[in-house]
Ligand binder design. Structure first.
Ligand code: PAF
Length: 280
């Protein structure tokens, strides 16, 4: 595995691989890698000959300076993990390398970002789109891999590829959970032992919500989820939305869409956790 800090050197290596007939897959990350990320790389290895992982804490997608400052940066440990799953190339550029000029490009994803994370993190998805587009331009992969845990991000990246007619395929990868059901996230390590013990109740509640959906209305299921989590006295649900899985618009009848998911953001112990469950 080779680690590159400059775009040019990575591009040279990628171009050599391509000229040898290799297919190239890209897994964009912000580092602090866990099993969830590693599953993206395993999937990429199955689809492509050469896997490039980018590790870049993208300042323009943070709307909280403190969050950006304290975001874990663990390049050495990340590279050790990447070796174990057969990653071929790592791009770990500095901010100056990635953004030599001030960024004045913005994106508007309309209704896709008018819900859930969008209004709560102004500019976030535009910042994600800028960096993801740049990474696509640098690597020009045949396929790029994203986790379904960031369900809204995945929808927005698909829209970006569609809008710009980029010649690559987006491959969604399922959420990876701990044995007790908690969705893996770099943020889980900030939970106290006590909070970590109760955190799996988020997924447990979502699973019961799916069961209840056979006999309850959407409103009742939403109420059940927020009441149940509030009942523990430690969770602060920020939103729980039941949405069309393509448009991400909230629905009011189970018959309203073919694919339906529930997306939640909940605070626990000062940590913001998100999760997603499929209803159909
Ligand atoms: O999901 C992430 O880790 C980031 O949003 C991404 C896609 C790597 C862009 O910085």
């Amino acid at each position: 595995m080779e680690v590159f800090s400059t775009i040019k050197s990575l591009q040279n290596a990628v171009n050599t691989a391509k000229s040898n007939g290799k297919t190239v897959g890209l897994v964009p990350t912000m580092g602090a890698l866990h099993e969830g990320h590693l599953s993206l790389i395993r999937s990429a290895k199955k689809h492509c000959d050469v896997v490039v992982v980018s590790i870049f804490v993208n300042p323009i997608q943070f709307n909280n300076a403190e969050d950006l400052r304290t975001y874990p940066r663990t390049l050495e440990a990340d590279c050790e993990k990447l070796e174990t799953v057969g990653c071929d190339m790592v791009l770990a550029p500095s901010v100056e390398e990635m953004y030599p000029e001030p960024v004045n490009e913005t994106y508007d994803f309309g209704e896709l970002e008018a819900v859930m994370e969008g209004p709560r993190r102004p500019g976030h998805f535009s910042g994600v789109a800028v960096v993801v587009r740049r990474l696509f331009e640098i690597v020009q992969p045949m396929k790029a891999f994203f986790g379904e845990k960031d369900f809204q991000q995945l929808a927005i990246i698909r829209r970006l590829v569609e809008q710009l007619q980029l010649p690559l395929q987006i491959v969604p990868c399922p959420i990876v959970r701990a044995d007790d059901g908690l969705a893996l996230s770099s943020r889980n390590m900030r939970l106290s032992d006590q909070a970590r013990k109760i955190a799996p109740q988020i997924y447990a509640t979502l699973k019961t919500a799916v069961y209840n959906s056979k006999s309850q209305t959407i409103e009742e299921v939403k109420q059940y989820v927020t009441d149940t989590l509030n009942g523990f006295g430690v969770f602060e649900p920020e939103y729980f939305e039941i949405v069309n899985d393509t448009t991400l618009q909230p629905i009011s009848q189970w018959s309203e869409a073919q694919g339906i998911v529930g997306c939640i953001a909940v605070w626990l112990d000062g940590v913001r956790l998100i999760d997603v469950i499929r209803f159909k």
